[in-house]
Design a protein around this ligand. Structure first.
Ligand SMILES: CSCC[C@H](NC=O)C(=O)O
Ligand SMILES: [Zn+2]
Ligand SMILES: [Zn+2]
Length: 437
């Protein structure tokens, strides 16, 4: 461990009461305060949002320095693990009172997706706050809010003098937005990860526009598939037989028919949520050189998200058989193929869920448990046997991750700090599990 220094608090007593708000409409009554009156947690959030950790060239160095400084100020242990050249996982640690118990892992990624600046109302890296209190920035929802909410909850609990039996680790990881292959996927294989002895993890979720909070207990598996079709080339004026395009068209039709079937299944059953069915989109078409030259090769790329209850072997065979049915010379390759879907139980047989859901109940938060439609670092955490929930405490918030004008209201952000301030004591005080005694 390095940097386990005890620093001074930049502000004591973060538990300032929030201005309560009801429906969105009443929020406009809340006028935003001047910078001198801004809640310090919001100021810190906005500072972090200004660090340009934007793909494809994130400034990871600045993010690591930011978290090292947080560790210094909060008196937390700080460890840096370089999982690949230039890809550092920063781990901040608040030791528990009983080192025999497994720890709580609070994960967040530091990178954010690119922007189309011309479609934004404000500079996406300025963290502009409007007069109503909405903070506009890339990463406001996904997921720089969560990183700071973890830190601010820990700060508050530490200031109040609490200690808990279980150690709390906060991991700040690179590379999630491009697949996590240089981030969490490598980190979970490292001795430093195993040394954390994580018993349970929290990671990102998605905002919920209603009063409820969404919590994810599993994920769909990303399968990125490129179908390549080869056929006879020739002059564009002739009826050439066995062309690459005709065969590719057949595969595209089969896959889009499957897409329609899954869409209908989702539409016709109000109990099914997006993550419970398999989705697919045709995302790239490549091939051809000129209008009048029939190409010998064409390809189509698909982004499949396979639901966790699918028989993966049978599904792959289905993909192969669509290619075969299209004719000779049609093959497929995988650019991503996640094969280890895991489900974290959401019943009281899981003591972590029991603790999590009990706090939500006590706080009158209504939870909507779902399967994450996209892929997050949770899949790597669950795959090494650590139960994980995907949770971003953002309700009454439009889903704007990866979108233009991504934004978050400061009151929702601060309410999230309150929520973690209740969740962490409960999770870090879960009694010894059978496997720990
Ligand atoms: C297949 S790895 C890509 C991970 C990415 N995660 C967030 O958006 C996603 O597209 O789901
Ligand atoms: Zn994310
Ligand atoms: Zn994202």
């Amino acid at each position: 461990m390095v940097g386990a220094l005890c620093g001074c608090w930049f502000r004591l007593g973060g538990a300032r009461p929030l201005i309560p708000f009801g429906p969105l409409t009443t929020r406009s009554a809340m006028t935003s305060k001047g910078p001198e009156e801004e809640h310090p947690s919001v100021t810190l959030f906005r500072q972090y949002l200004r660090i340009r950790t934007v793909q494809p060239k994130p400034d990871y160095g600045a993010a690591v320095a930011f978290f090292e400084e947080r560790a210094r100020q909060l008196g937390l242990g700080c460890q840096k693990v370089e999982v690949a050249p230039g890809y550092v996982v920063t781990v901040l640690t608040w030791p528990g009172t009983n080192p025999a118990l497994s720890s709580i892992l609070l994960n967040s990624h530091t990178d954010v997706v690119p922007v189309f600046k011309e479609h934004w109302s404000h500079d996406p890296f300025e963290a502009f706050k409007d007069s109503e209190g909405y903070i506009y920035a890339r990463g406001a929802q996904d997921m720089k809010c969560v990183s700071i909410q973890y830190l601010e909850a820990v700060r508050r609990l530490k200031v109040e003098g609490h200690r808990f039996p279980r150690t709390i680790h906060m991991t700040f990881v690179p590379d999630e937005e491009v697949g996590g292959h240089q981030g969490m996927e490598l980190f979970v294989q490292r001795p430093e990860f195993h040394a954390l002895r994580a018993g349970f993890a929290l990671d990102e979720g998605i905002a919920n526009p209603t009063d409820a909070f969404t919590v994810f207990y599993s994920e769909r598996s990303p399968w990125w598939v490129r179908v390549t079709s080869t056929g006879r080339p020739g002059h564009g004026s002739l009826f050439i037989e066995d062309t690459a395009a005709e065969k590719l068209h057949k595969v595209v039709s089969s896959i889009l028919a499957f897409r329609e079937k899954e869409w209908q299944r989702l539409q016709s059953n109000p109990h099914l949520k997006e993550g419970a069915v398999t989705s697919v989109n045709l995302t790239k078409l490549e091939g051809g050189v000129a209008y009048n030259v029939v190409p010998a090769t064409m390809s189509a790329s698909f982004d499949f998200r396979v639901a966790p209850d699918v028989d993966f072997k049978a599904f792959e065979e289905q993909l192969q058989s669509w290619c075969q049915a299209a004719g000779e010379g049609v093959t497929l390759e995988f650019a991503q193929k996640w094969m280890h879907p895991q489900v974290t139980p959401t019943d009281d047989s899981n003591p972590w869920w029991a603790a999590f859901s009990r706090v939500c109940k006590d706080m009158n938060l209504s939870l909507e448990p779902e399967i994450m439609p996209a892929a997050t670092d949770s899949r790597f955490i669950r795959a090494v046997g650590v139960p994980a929930l995907g949770f971003s405490p953002l309700n009454r918030t439009p889903v704007l991750l990866h979108d233009h004008d991504e934004r978050l209201h400061e009151a929702v952000f601060l309410r999230g700090v309150d929520i973690y301030t209740r969740l962490l004591p409960a999770l870090a005080s879960v009694p010894a599990l059978p496997s720990e005694s």
